[in-house]
Design a protein around this ligand. Structure first.
Ligand code: HEM
Ligand code: HEM
Length: 172
């Protein structure tokens, strides 16, 4: 079970770095985003292997913890969506050693500015739609994360403490 807590801690750190570098720090943003993708892939694999703590039932809104799980699932899907759309926009470019990400980002801004008169219209429209989804999901991420944390602290304090490596209260 310690594995899941460690996973959660490192994963959350990567998500927060990606979130807070979204404006301006393009390379850091992209690398942190790919790190989040790696964590999600690892989580998927461990889920498939039925590793302890990584069962998918954790994300299923069923039974007595339906609300906790529904909130966690929404947050999980939001993070998966923002990561996937980010990768679709970048297509692995930032992973190469040359900092082309910055250039491609500036190019995109410029072509957007010129509207549909520039470039192959359809492609740009599709890209800006992906971009819009990326930004929208990115923007609801923080409120969802805050709700996740506040809900757990208010209604599942023991679980929240456990997740933060604070020993559980002794069972009566
Ligand atoms: C957890 C992961 C991620 C989060 C939370 C996130 C969040 C965000 C947010 C909030 C914005 C909007 C910034 C603004 O308003 O200017 C943004 C923009 C952007 N993100 Fe991400 N992102 C993530 C992953 C990625 C990944 C993996 C990539 C690609 C490698 C990526 C590429 C971009 C690009 C290119 C933009 C700028 C779009 C533009 O202004 O044209 N992101 N991201
Ligand atoms: C004080 C801070 C936090 C506490 C105490 C906490 C606690 C927890 C707990 C107890 C779970 C398991 C919930 C369940 O089994 O239903 C969980 C899962 C999760 N948390 Fe947090 N969390 C915190 C911060 C965050 C933040 C800031 C994020 C995202 C930015 C986040 C994202 C997630 C995700 C995506 C899951 C689902 C993981 C999975 O099953 O793959 N958490 N958290």
């Amino acid at each position: 079970m310690k594995a899941f807590r460690t996973y959660h801690l490192l994963f959350v750190l990567a998500v927060l770095v990606a979130y807070f570098t979204a404006e301006g720090m393009a390379i850091t943003h992209a690398w942190a985003g790919y790190l989040v993708a790696a964590f999600l892939a690892l989580r998927g694999l461990l889920g498939l292997l039925k590793a302890s703590g990584f069962a998918w039932t954790r994300l299923m809104p069923l039974g007595s913890s339906a609300l906790t799980h529904a909130l966690t699932l929404a947050l999980f899907l939001c993070i998966a969506g923002v990561t996937a759309t980010g990768i679709v926009m970048d297509k692995g470019v930032s992973l190469s050693s040359t900092p082309t990400f910055q250039i491609s980002r500036e190019d995109r801004d410029e072509s957007e500015g010129r509207g549909r008169t520039f470039g192959t219209g359809e492609r740009h429209e599709r890209e800006s739609a992906v971009n819009a989804v990326h930004e929208a999901l990115g923007n609801i991420l923080l409120p969802l994360a805050i709700v996740h944390v506040i809900y757990l602290l208010l209604f599942r304090l023991d679980m929240a403490r456990f997740m933060l490596f604070v020993p559980r209260k002794a069972l009566r």
